[in-house]
Write a protein that binds this ligand. Structure first.
Ligand SMILES: O=P(O)(O)OC[C@H]1O[C@](O)(CO)[C@@H](O)[C@@H]1O
Length: 399
């Protein structure tokens, strides 16, 4: 048992920070529920020639989320019981009054229901976000990013490692959910900056003297997953990890979140590229075949719950890892709790529930933040109003 598994007590700050709800007009959370979700329904409706039943269901969901109370899942749904348990306090009440994390997660579940994702029939398992993910992965930006690997091939190992870590970190900026609202600027247009940088602590946990298993909890597909896979290749080829488990979503979620199909698309994209990228793709393909790289998934990854409430089978997997790398904003919210923390609340305190060493690699795209120095917070507050949510800033935090 590690120190962390023994230290399962609630962080002392846990009960003091309020949960983020969607009902404060002008807040980031309210904007997501009031603007991004309706825009996303319209985009999905246009991206497929859905039949009348699906179109009606999407229109109904649009009406519901913009005015009506939260409706339950149909009793025939495979996960009806689970969601009625999770939604006991929210079903029948306004969408905006629910915790932001719950409302977003349930929205994606309902969207999948509307397009028939779980129903018997030809639309079963058709990812409503696949056209957006595919367009991004096929884009020329990915070509440029892959070509840049050639220049890095001869760089000293440490420089290369840090460049790949930063590429994986900033890959989180390319989140398609951000693009749902027309006219919203793409994240990261301003000068990027790290608000916390524990990269030295991260590397110190990964030693080639006794490499262990590294868990990577992936976030977005495409332009985030490609650099994640490249970083994983670096860990494996330099003996910094004996095995890597990459955890992905079991069903489509938050628009661009990665599933197994997306991992395979990215591997094909890499393997089919010229130069260093192609070699990396070939090695990763082989690593999958030998089990050195393993894709895993779990229903908990689409649950509206913080990691503190993860089930024991997942907890055991993370406890066994030398390091778990959690990618992205949503994983961060679920790691520390979707709460309006004082930004100086220690990251180690709010992640004490996690069963093993954990690193968060995240661009800032929601109000949640912990572990900052007071001076950093003061500078950020003076410099830019939207530093918490615009994706212009990022962090690497380790505990
Ligand atoms: O892909 P990421 O980095 O998890 O970001 C998803 C983010 O999108 C939002 O849901 C808004 O749509 C954020 O609140 C959320 O955390």
């Amino acid at each position: 048992m590690t120190d962390r598994t023994r230290n399962n007590a609630r962080a002392p700050h846990q009960d003091r920070a309020p949960l983020i709800l969607g009902n404060e007009a002008g807040s980031f959370a309210h904007g997501v529920l009031a603007e991004r979700h309706p825009a996303l329904i319209r985009q999905v409706r246009e991206a497929f020639p859905y039949g009348p039943r699906q179109a009606r269901a999407l229109d109904g969901l649009l009406d519901e989320i913009t005015g009506d109370a939260v409706a339950p899942l149909p009793t025939t749904a495979h996960d009806h019981r689970q969601w009625s348990d999770w939604g006991r306090e929210h079903v029948g009440r306004p969408w905006f009054d629910a915790p932001f994390l719950w409302a977003e997660s349930y929205f994606y579940r309902r969207l999948l229901g509307a397009v028939g994702y779980f129903d018997d029939g030809p639309w079963q398992g058709v990812d409503p976000f696949a056209p957006f993910k595919r367009a991004e992965l096929d884009g020329t930006t990915v070509d440029e990013e892959l070509r840049a690997l050639d220049a890095l091939a001869d760089a000293p190992a440490e420089e290369r490692a840090n460049a790949l870590l930063l590429a994986s970190l900033w890959g989180n900026r390319a989140d398609l959910g951000f693009r749902a609202t027309a006219g919203e600027p793409a994240p990261g247009e301003a000068t990027p900056g790290l608000v916390a940088d524990d990269s030295a602590a991260l590397w110190s946990l990964l030693t080639d003297a006794a490499p262990g298993t590294v868990a990577v909890v992936a976030d977005n597909a495409g332009r985030e997953l490609v650099p994640d896979l490249i970083l994983i290749d670096h860990l494996l080829t330099h003996g910094l990890a004996r095995r890597v488990m990459i955890h992905v979503k079991p069903t489509p979620y938050y628009v661009s979140d990665a599933m197994l199909a997306d991992v395979l698309d990215c591997l094909r994209r890499l393997a089919g590229a010229p130069g260093a990228a192609g070699r990396i793709g070939g090695r990763l393909w082989e690593a999958m075949a030998t089990g050195q790289l393993e894709v895993r998934t779990h229903p908990f990854f689409c649950a509206p719950l913080p990691y503190e409430e993860m089930p024991s089978d997942l907890r055991e997997q993370f406890a066994a890892a030398r390091l778990t790398i959690l990618k992205g904003d949503l994983n961060y919210r679920r790691l520390v709790g979707d709460r309006l923390w004082d930004p100086t609340t220690p990251f180690a305190a709010v992640t004490a529930h996690f069963p093993g060493p954990v690193a968060a690699l995240r661009t800032l795209k929601s109000d949640v933040i912990t572990g900052l120095e007071r001076g950093t917070v003061d500078t950020l507050e003076r410099s830019e109003a939207a530093w918490r949510t615009s994706g212009t800033h990022a962090l690497i935090q380790v505990a």
